[in-house]
Design a protein around this ligand. Structure first.
Ligand SMILES: Cc1cc2nc3c(=O)[nH]c(=O)nc-3n(C[C@H](O)[C@H](O)[C@H](O)COP(=O)(O)O)c2cc1C
Length: 175
C-alpha cells in the first residue's frame, strides 16, 4: 500500500453515510492518513505548513468529499487556494508534488441517470486541471451515486454503494 493521504472535506461527518463509511474503511489500511479538514479547521484558518508537509510525506493524495452544487465543499476549495501555492506546488523548478498521484473520490446524492459521463467530466475538470497544472499524475476520479438516507431502504442502498466505492478506491490507490 503506497503512503496515502486522504484529504477529507465534510462539514457534518457525524451525519454522513457515504464519506464516513469510505474514510473509515480506507483509514483501516496500512500507510493511510486521513485529514478531516472541517475538524482540523472549523474556523477555516488552514495551517499551510502542516498541510504541505503532509502532502510531501505522501505518495498518493485522495480528495474525498460529498458533491456540493456540482463542486467541492467550500473548505476543500479554500484548502486548495491556500496550500497549493506558487513555489510549492507549481512555478519555475518548484513542482513539489510532481512525483505523486492525485485521486478524486466523491459521493453524489442523486441517481446515476442525472450524472452521465459529460457531467462527470465537467465536475472533475477543476481537480484534474489542478493535477495537470502541478505536474502530478492524475489517478482518475471515482464516485458513487444515490448516497442519501431518504428512507431505510435508501440508506441501506447508500451503504452498499459506499462499500463498493471503498473497494474500487482501494484498487485505484494500489494500481
Ligand atoms: C450544500 C449541498 C449541496 C449538494 N449538491 C448536490 C449536487 O449538486 N448534486 C447531488 O447529486 N447531490 C448534492 N447534494 C447531496 C450530497 O451530494 C449528498 O448528501 C452526499 O454526497 C452524501 O454523502 P454523505 O453521506 O457522506 O453525507 C448536496 C448536498 C448539500 C448539503
Amino acid at each position: 500500500m503506497p503512503k496515502t493521504l486522504m484529504i477529507l472535506a465534510h462539514p457534518k461527518l457525524e451525519e454522513s453515510i457515504g464519506n464516513k463509511f469510505i474514510s473509515k474503511s480506507i483509514s483501516k489500511q496500512p500507510n493511510v492518513t486521513v485529514r478531516h479538514l472541517d475538524k482540523l479547521y472549523p474556523d477555516f484558518k488552514i495551517d499551510i505548513k502542516a498541510e504541505q508537509e503532509a502532502l510531501l510525506n505522501a505518495d498518493v493524495i485522495v480528495f474525498q468529499y460529498p458533491l456540493f452544487w456540482y463542486s467541492t465543499p467550500a473548505i476543500l476549495k479554500e484548502w486548495i487556494d491556500q496550500v497549493m501555492q506558487y513555489g510549492f506546488a507549481f512555478g519555475k523548478d518548484s513542482y513539489g508534488l510532481a512525483d505523486k498521484k492525485i485521486i478524486v473520490s466523491f459521493t453524489i446524492g442523486s441517481p446515476v441517470k442525472l450524472y452521465p459521463k459529460e457531467v462527470i467530466e465537467k465536475i472533475t475538470f477543476p481537480l484534474k486541471g489542478l493535477a495537470e497544472y502541478c505536474n502530478v499524475e492524475y489517478g482518475g476520479a471515482i464516485f458513487c451515486n444515490d448516497i442519501n438516507g431518504y428512507s431505510d431502504e435508501a440508506k441501506a442502498n447508500a451503504l452498499k454503494n459506499a462499500a463498493d466505492h471503498s473497494e474500487k478506491l482501494l484498487e485505484l490507490i494500489n494500481s
